[in-house]
Unconditional design. Structure first.
Length: 64
């Protein structure tokens, strides 16, 4: 597993945190939820291939 994915997830988290602070300070609380959800979706799309690889490895180890 590459260490790059951890840095990418951290970068998305930092960007989402900064955007949430800026949006909440400017009084646009409804957009903070959308920003948070979009950050979660982006991270899930980045992690799904690794989860698929994990399930394949577990399946091959246990012979399922």
């Amino acid at each position: 597993m590459d260490i790059d994915i951890i840095f990418k997830i951290a970068a998305v988290g930092l960007i989402v945190a900064v955007l949430n602070q800026v949006l909440s300070r400017s009084g646009k609380e409804e957009y903070t939820m959308i920003t948070t959800l979009s950050g979660i979706i982006i991270v899930l799309m980045m992690v799904i291939p690794y989860i698929t690889e994990l399930f394949r490895t577990v399946k091959s180890v246990f012979g399922l």
